[in-house]
Design a protein around this ligand. Structure first.
Ligand code: KE4
Length: 439
């Protein structure tokens, strides 16, 4: 089944968008879904199966945003569906402890030796927000270091942009974030260890933690430079600050044990999300036992959540992680091969069309940057021709290939993507680059 030509009609999606705008700002429950970065009107999804989405008008698309990461086993993967259905028959939520929470925790800690204890929450935002509170309590320090281009959810202290210099405090990255809170965060360039050294020198014994995406996905895909992660680990250990690896996106994706496994580095705290819930709302923050035992009810750090450890989400996460654990030897080489084929196949079409393109990829997450490159930090990513990316995105969508709707997002694929999807995507790109050139 190849994507359809000519451009699909989306009258029902347009009507649904107008209805949605009566209820939701921009008609969406998360901004990136509104397609403002790429233009055009977002299709409304009706259903999905494997690697394919079907919209409200019956048009079909190869899915390359995978619900922003979770759907690594493809949509409606039968063991996950059955696990959710089975759990739902015993009620959707109890607000009390269940065996399923430890069942999933056993699988998480088996994949992440850095996580000796953990707590489930319902989103990546909650996970990173809670990890930072824990780091401040554990160190008695206030300042947090993050990196330009890294996104860690929308808690106030993490919606911060770089100040004027690497040692100057951040400025609010969103309306509604008070300067007083932004001033507790330093936003530094990614892949720049001297900048982190300078920050510690400027703020001795004041930095509680350094948080980063060990492989950036939220500026588009930017891998860590050789030695960068190990350098951060050594620096934070020397300075008495905690290292928080935000693996909400990379966890179970770039390897079964995420970036920590792939690059052989350790962290004091790890945050997870997306894949760990198999498409249902789950976030995790975890780490060394001594840190985690600071949490209520045994310690002084408060954190709570009505739906934390929700039984349906636990069931979906258990079904997802157990499949990944049982089939890792096949799954990760397959994801690597499929992603390499599609990322490089499309890049070859760009070269043939004379369109400048830089491909950054780690396993089954990648970005086609519309710039000659290289792209090793956010400043370089920002040089991309976003208008060209918008033309590419719209042409690919009309050809039945749904890419993440922003130049500054990572694309993802899962085990349901195969040779047919790769071939159809490359064929669609051949035509789409002509639309890019046409301007
Ligand atoms: P959530 O609160 O959206 O579950 O997770 C926040 C988060 C934390 N850390 C990392 C590394 C993340 O990538 C995310 C969320 N990722 C975005 C995609 N770029 C979610 C998509 C959206 O915002 O709609």
């Amino acid at each position: 089944m190849s994507p359809q030509f000519p451009a699909p009609v989306r009258t029902r999606s347009k009507a649904l968008q107008q209805r949605a705008e009566r209820f939701f700002p921009g008609g969406v429950n998360s901004p990136v879904r509104a397609f403002r970065a790429v233009g055009g009107a977002p299709p409304f999804v009706q259903s999905a199966q494997g690697a394919w989405l079907t919209d409200a008008d019956g048009n079909r698309y190869i899915d390359y945003f995978s619900s922003w990461g979770p759907m690594i086993l493809g949509h409606a993967f039968p063991p996950v569906v059955e696990a959710i259905q089975r759990a739902a028959r015993s009620s959707a939520s109890f607000g009390a402890s269940t065996a399923a929470e430890a069942d999933l925790a056993e699988r998480v800690t088996a994949c992440y030796p850095a996580i000796e204890k953990l707590r489930f929450v319902s989103s990546g935002t909650e996970a990173t927000m809670s990890a930072i509170r824990l780091a401040r309590a554990a160190t008695g320090r206030k300042i947090i270091v993050k990196f330009e281009g890294c996104y860690h959810g929308h808690s106030d202290g993490l919606l911060v942009k770089a100040g004027s210099g690497v040692a100057t405090f951040g400025i609010p990255g969103s309306a509604g974030v008070p300067e007083e809170i932004a001033h507790l965060t330093l936003a530094l360039p990614y892949n720049d260890l001297p900048a982190v050294e300078a920050a510690f020198a400027a703020h001795p014994n004041a930095i509680a933690a350094v948080i980063l995406e060990p492989v950036v996905g939220n500026a588009g895909c930017i891998p860590p430079a050789p030695g960068y992660l190990a350098g951060l680990r050594a620096l934070t250990a020397r300075e008495g600050a905690l290292l928080i690896a935000d693996e909400v996106m990379t966890g179970f994706r770039v390897a079964l044990g995420g970036a920590l496994e792939l690059y052989g580095v350790d962290a004091d705290l790890v945050t997870l999300g997306k894949i760990v819930g198999g498409g249902l709302p789950v976030g995790v923050f975890g780490g060394k036992r001594g840190l985690m035992d600071l949490l209520a009810p045994i310690g002084p750090v408060y954190q709570a959540g009505t739906l934390s450890g929700n039984p349906l989400a636990m069931a979906a996460g258990i079904a997802t992680l157990s499949y990944l654990q049982d089939h890792a030897a096949q799954v990760y080489p397959q994801l690597e091969a499929t992603a390499k084929a599609v990322a490089e196949g499309v890049a070859a079409e760009a070269a043939r069309a004379g369109v400048p393109l830089t491909v950054n990829r780690v396993g089954a997450m990648w970005t086609w940057f519309f710039t000659p490159g290289p792209v090793t930090d956010y400043a370089q990513a920002a040089l991309s021709d976003t208008a060209a990316f918008g033309r590419f995105h719209r042409a690919m969508l009309d050809a039945g290939v749904w890419l993440p709707p922003s130049q500054f997002e990572a694309a993802f694929l899962g085990t349901a993507h195969g040779e047919e999807e790769v071939a159809a995507t490359i064929a669609a790109a051949r035509a789409a680059f002509q639309a890019v050139i046409a301007g």
